[in-house]
Design a protein around this ligand. Structure first.
Ligand code: COA
Ligand code: MG
Length: 293
């Protein structure tokens, strides 16, 4: 499914204050969170608040509304889904799947709930947090074997729960960089997304006051192939929107490549400013132009 997922802002669904604040966000997606940001005692309240928020605001917002439900082993997932699949819901973020089979399972649940809500089949997208369990890491190849799942809209990853699952003291080395397992998780997210034909969305940066650090992380991430990033604080959204949008110079260069191939449709390879450009560059250029705001 094609959805703009450049910036996805988490909003704890039990916080009226943050829900109110999120209405003025320019995030492409708000993820109303029922999972880690919500205490056990507030889970039921949060799912009701999320459903009411979607019903009240989905129509008037340019931003799309997702809900992160609780994972399948929590015993809460079905109740979460039953509450929040209402008209206006754009997607479900699934935490802690153990393989792509869990996405197929979620898809079956959504088939039924969409029918009940009067939604069109496939209206509700799925974005998994694909790397949060050890099983998931060992099963990442399942994304390559996935029968096409049209409601899959993107794949993202997480480092926090994976380090808890592993029993690590931290997911960082002493110098602050990610430990190898989390670099692998990030790379696996890129491969899983590409294999499934959807964009890869980068994970959250928790130190939300570090704007320069976020900018630098976004630049690296976009070069590596990520097409957007999740945010935990409203101040991160503008930085993310800017960082994952093509610059004027990139758009101009991409247009030159497209024009050059259009002018010489039989050429396999061309010279642009003394650099060789061939068909993969054309594919990349078309992708860049498609990201134009
Ligand atoms: N969504 C909407 N509004 C948010 C927000 C968010 N994710 N994070 C902060 N705000 C609001 C605050 O309520 C505050 O609004 P106010 O001026 O009306 O009081 C304003 O933005 C400024 O917030 P600030 O004081 O800088 O931060 P904080 O201490 O209130 O909150 C966190 C910090 C980390 C607790 C908060 O950003 C948060 O809850 N983030 C989401 C966490 C989450 O969902 N985690 C799960 C995914 S990993
Ligand atoms: Mg988590």
């Amino acid at each position: 499914m094609q959805l703009e997922l450049r910036s996805m802002l988490f909003v704890p669904a039990d916080s009226e204050r943050k829900l109110a604040k999120s209405l003025s966000s320019s995030a492409d997606v708000l993820i109303l969170d029922l999972e880690d940001a919500v205490a056990a005692s507030r889970k039921i309240y949060a799912r009701q608040t999320a459903a009411e928020f979607i019903s009240a605001h989905a129509n008037g917002l340019a931003t799309r509304l997702f809900v992160r439900v609780n994972p399948f082993d929590s015993g809460l997932t079905m109740g979460d889904l039953a509450a929040v699949v209402v008209p206006g819901l754009a997607g479900i973020m699934l935490p802690k799947p153990n393989s792509a089979a869990d996405l197929v399972r979620l898809g079956h649940c959504l088939d039924a709930l969409e029918a009940r809500a009067g939604l069109k089949p496939g209206d509700v997208a799925i974005v998994p947090v694909a790397t949060e369990t050890a099983q998931a890491m060992l099963n990442m190849a399942s994304f390559a074997l996935l029968t096409p799942l049209p409601r899959l809209a993107g794949v993202t990853w997480g480092a926090e729960d994976l380090s808890t699952a592993i029993g690590a003291m931290s997911n960082r080395e002493e110098d602050g960089s990610y430990s190898p397992l989390y670099d692998l998780a990030s790379s696996m997210c890129l491969c899983a997304a590409a294999a499934a034909g959807v964009p890869a969305i980068d994970t959250v940066q928790v130190d939300f006051r570090d704007a320069a650090g976020l900018q630098a992380a976004c630049r690296i991430s976009r070069r590596r192939g990520f097409r957007g990033r999740m945010a935990i604080h409203p101040d991160q959204v503008a930085i993310i929107n800017d960082a994952y949008s093509p610059s004027t110079a990139e758009l101009a260069h991409a247009q030159r490549i497209v024009d050059a191939f259009a002018a010489q449709p039989d050429a396999g390879t061309l010279n642009i400013d003394g650099a060789m450009v061939d068909r993969p560059h054309l594919t990349q250029a078309l992708r860049t132009l498609a990201q134009r705001a």
